[in-house]
Write a protein that binds this ligand. Structure first.
Ligand SMILES: Nc1ncnc2c1ncn2[C@@H]1O[C@H](COP(=O)(O)OP(=O)(O)O)[C@@H](O)[C@H]1O
Ligand SMILES: [Mg+2]
Length: 633
């Protein structure tokens, strides 16, 4: 593994009060108890896709975003932390009941930021992430009250839309001149608070098709809608518009979380629980009572045979030995609902679904032939997933009931309108610059605007500065999202995309062939094209590809260490010289740029000088003077 610089979220959790156990228990008993607790804390980390980096005494250090970034690493860490409090809470109750010791608890610190990531050690090399952000995370953990989670300031800002946080006083941190601000993480917000108050623009065609499907549903005709589009293009927004307009229907909505965990049928369980009115943490007896009552009213005598399957889905025990068939039971339930009145069932983000979820979704397709059921599946389609399999099943057998909506980037005028309603105060030039940088993706645009408001942006050198309108504007939430797309690529393609990003936003493939030594450039390039990380621009006179937007190119560059960056620019410069040996004059400034990035002063000046002479010859003295100026500076 190459050394890299990447955004990482660190979580430190430490058990407190384990020494008090030592007074009452044998050492091996303490070890068994604390050990088991730590294993379960690690389990919580892994459930949300983190990795435990180290065990220290009776604490753990975990990382989110290593080896691969997820769009929502801070959120994953926050959810893991809340789970950790839950686990420690039940341990502490047991320990109090058994030995009367009541100080057993856990405290947690979370912080995000750039870290140097790589391997250390010879015999058994281990991945590490090092950076100031981990020190702060450890410090936050150390000062957190037992039973609480403290979060760093930047991380809190990334979490505030989905979690409730409470400010704590500034804390002194070793090695830091200024105290850091800290926040206590309380709990998740019930629903995402991100703005749905602004009007939806530029999607008239899509909304009309969705409304047509609803009109068909009202006539009792089953419908299937496939809604696909890259993250942030507005799938959830359209779903919200659709459910709002749906009228007299039963609305059911489930989501596939990106951290799949090990619970099968996640979105379908969410739908069932919501319909039953079962809340997180309800006691088993309450769940069973509600399920029996509500499902019994709907299903009547059928319930006895189906109850064990519903129990399995709800995670409660049953005594009955009736065989369980979750898919049959779920389908019967939906059918019974649809017989009462039309049902609109939405499953979002199916690209994260497990196979069982997809199979159940597939089973529901047939119901659209029988009752007034409208199924809406949203997903990002760039990489093969259970969602793309489901899509094939829909198009293969149910095309007579299916509509497929593939969201394209917003047109410039629409994006402009989003910017103006989201943030009226920004001047026209900045808005235009941000609109072009967001390339029609409203989520990118909102993040860029938010970054301008907050006045704090991570630039390429990763210092917190305000660079309004700068070409390097890259808010942290956006960086994680884009990096996650790149990290999902297989290793070969991921390396290739880094070199491509060094060549430029658009790049001749011949240069890559020369700069990269790989046996499967074609295969890797095809992977990139399929994942829509790059696009084909032209095939003649030679194959040229490009990143769909500069943000993605920048994200691909962002993990390179300074040393690796110099090396790659040097390689690309040499490859360019070789490929365009016959016509170097067309590329002099580009070569000067590469050599400047490679920190090869001599070559940089040589190419700037040649470029200046060329401008002289072409009768453009100002250009020439500018280049000579550049060469001196
Ligand atoms: N057509 C639109 N007009 C205005 N805002 C939009 C539009 N589409 C999306 N948005 C906003 O952009 C952000 C991302 O949209 P979202 O629906 O969450 O995308 P997705 O579900 O495809 O990832 C949200 O804040 C959403 O409100
Ligand atoms: Mg969404």
């Amino acid at each position: 593994m190459e050394d890299e610089v990447r955004p990482v979220t660190a979580l430190f959790a430490d058990i407190v009060g384990s020494t008090a156990l030592g007074e009452r228990l044998l050492p091996e008993e303490v070890k068994a108890l604390v050990g088991e607790c730590m294993t379960r804390l690690s389990g919580a980390v892994e459930e949300f896709g983190g990795t435990v980096q180290a065990y220290q005494g009776d604490g753990i250090c975990a990382l989110f975003g290593v080896p691969a970034a997820h769009a929502d690493d801070p959120e994953r860490a926050a959810r893991a932390a809340l789970r950790i409090l839950e686990i420690a809470g039940s341990y502490s109750e047991d320990i109090r009941a058994a030995w009367g010791i009541d100080r057993f608890n856990v405290r947690v610190g979370i912080n995000s930021g750039p870290a140097g990531v790589g391997t250390v050690g010879m015999a058994a090399p281990q991945a590490v992430a090092l950076g100031d952000m981990t020190n702060v995370a450890a410090r936050l953990e150390a000062v957190a009250e037992p039973g609480t989670v403290l979060v760093g300031d930047g991380t809190a800002r990334l979490l505030e839309r989905r979690f409730v946080l409470e400010e704590r006083g500034p804390l002194a941190v070793k090695g830091r001149a200024r105290p850091v601000r800290a926040w206590r993480l309380l709990h998740a917000r019930p629903t995402d608070q991100s703005g749905t108050t602004t009007p939806t623009v530029g999607r008239d065609g899509e909304l009309e098709r969705l409304r047509n499907a609803l009109a068909e549903l009202a006539r009792g005709r089953g419908q299937i809608v496939l809604l696909s589009g890259e993250d942030g293009l507005g799938k959830s927004r359209l779903v919200a518009e659709l459910t709002r307009d749906a009228g007299e229907v039963t609305r059911l909505e489930g989501h596939c979380p990106s951290y799949g965990g090990d619970a099968l049928y996640r979105p379908f369980v969410e739908i069932l629980r919501e319909w039953l009115g079962v809340a997180e943490g309800d006691a088993e007896i309450a769940v069973r009572t509600k399920a029996r009552a509500r499902l019994g009213t709907l299903l009547g005598a059928q319930l006895d045979a189906l109850m064990p399957s519903f129990a399995r889905l709800l995670g409660i025990k049953t005594e009955s030995d009736v065989p369980v068939d979750v898919e049959v039971a779920y389908a019967e339930w939906i059918l019974a609902l649809a017989r009462r009145r039309p049902v609109l069932l939405v499953v979002e983000d199916l690209q994260w679904a497990d196979a069982a979820t997809r199979e159940l979704a597939e089973r529901l397709l047939a119901l659209t032939e029988r009752e007034a059921l409208m199924l809406v599946f949203s997903f990002a389609a760039a990489t093969p997933s259970e969602a793309t399999r489901l899509r094939l099943a829909v198009l293969g057998e149910y095309s007579h009931r299916a509509s497929e909506l593939t969201l394209a980037p917003l047109a410039d005028e629409a994006a402009d309108a989003v910017a103006r309603t989201f943030l009226p105060g920004v001047d026209a030039a900045t808005t235009a610059a941000l609109v072009s940088r967001a390339a029609g993706n409203p989520f990118y645009l909102e993040e860029l605007l938010r970054a301008v408001v907050e006045g704090s942006v991570v630039d390429r050198r990763r210092t917190w500065t305000l660079t309004v309108g700068s070409a390097e504007l890259m808010p942290p939430a956006l960086e994680s999202l884009l990096l996650a797309r790149i990290d999902r690529l297989p290793e070969g393609a991921r390396r290739l995309v880094q070199v491509a990003a060094v060549v430029g936003r658009s790049f001749p493939v011949r240069v890559l062939e020369t700069a990269v030594d790989t046996d499967d450039l074609d295969g890797d390039l095809t992977t990139l094209l399929r994942a829509e990380v790059v696009r084909e621009v032209r095939r003649y006179p030679e194959l040229e590809c490009a990143f769909p937007h500069a943000l993605l190119q920048q994200a691909a560059l962002s993990t390179l260490t300074a040393g690796r960056r110099r090396e790659l620019y040097g390689r690309v410069a040499a490859a360019f010289e070789e490929v365009y040996d016959a016509s170097p004059d067309d590329h002099l400034e580009r070569l000067a740029h590469y050599y400047a990035q490679a920190e090869d002063r001599v070559k940089t000046i040589e190419y700037l000088e040649r470029a200046a002479r060329r401008h002289d010859a072409l009768g453009a003295p100002e250009q020439a003077a500018r280049l000579r100026e550049h060469a001196r500076g």
